[in-house]
Write a protein that binds this ligand. Structure first.
Ligand SMILES: *Cc1c(COP(=O)(O)O)cnc(C)c1O
Length: 245
């Protein structure tokens, strides 16, 4: 059974608190908070909860499963959608043409499938390349050393727009501050983006930073942060499904 989202949760208040964290981190880094897009990760949460985030001014919503995104989307008004989780090739047809920014492109076969589908539909698919900066066996993403090749490859394929890089650092070891653990990894992704941007000016975005490591990500130049727990509380283990109401 899906754990129901806490109906009393103060989403607007939590958004304000997260915005304050972003503002403080941006200010400390000499950046403008306006250059950090807050994406509310609504996975496992009911559409009503997602709607409250949109109504409180966070229109960008992230999901990690295609099926959950597509089931929730018609029940939420005014949102823009981001796929932040692993994408299988057989789900590509459900994603392309639906104005979803895909953050998780990590291999050539997926690039080919997205490009082929986008070409047939006559649309441009926006993507980020996911990088496994921490070499975490539990995480998707291409190796940091392969990032340049994968970005160059994807740029050459028709009907794709490669807009940046995304990463998810490994869980920090016990007792290590997640901000300290993530910062050098985020810095490495930023250097990779900076190098790529010199060759390919459209490679702009850095999608990095979650509830526990937001400050490190903003300090290292994140342009998109993906927050779930800080906004909606702990998640149940199961995805939300339509018949959960
Ligand atoms: C779940 C998820 C998040 C949000 O994580 P929190 O720690 O709850 O903020 C961000 N990015 C991805 C890819 C996720 O799957």
């Amino acid at each position: 059974m899906t754990a129901p989202s806490d109906p009393t949760i103060d989403v607007a208040g939590r958004i304000a608190a997260v915005r304050a964290r972003i503002a403080l981190a941006a200010e400390s880094a000499g950046r403008s908070r306006a250059n950090v897009l807050l994406i509310a990760v609504t996975k496992t949460h009911a559409p009503e909860v997602a709607q409250r985030a949109v109504d409180a001014g966070v229109a960008d919503l992230g999901e990690n499963r295609v099926q959950e995104l597509l089931a929730k989307r018609p029940l939420v008004d005014g949102a823009r959608w981001h796929l932040v989780g692993h994408l299988q090739r057989n789900k590509v047809r459900d994603v392309v043409g639906r104005q979803i920014l895909v953050h998780s492109v990590d291999r050539r076969s997926l690039v080919d499938a997205l490009s082929g589908r986008a070409e047939r539909e006559g649309v441009t698919q926006r993507i980020l390349v996911q990088v496994n900066v921490g070499d975490d066996p539990a995480k998707s993403g291409c190796h940091l050393d392969e990032t340049g090749d994968l970005v160059a490859y994807a740029r050459e394929r028709p009907n794709l727009a490669v807009e940046g890089l995304m990463t998810m650092p490994p869980l920090p070891p016990d007792g290590v501050d997640p901000v300290d653990a993530a910062q050098p990894l985020f810095a490495a992704l930023r250097r990779q983006r900076d190098e790529l941007r010199e060759r390919f000016p459209e490679v702009v975005h850095l999608s990095m930073g979650m509830t526990n490591d937001l400050e490190a990500a903003v300090a290292e130049g994140a342009t998109m942060v993906r927050l779930g727990t800080a906004l909606f509380g702990e998640r149940g283990a199961e995805p939300w499904r339509k018949d959960d109401g």
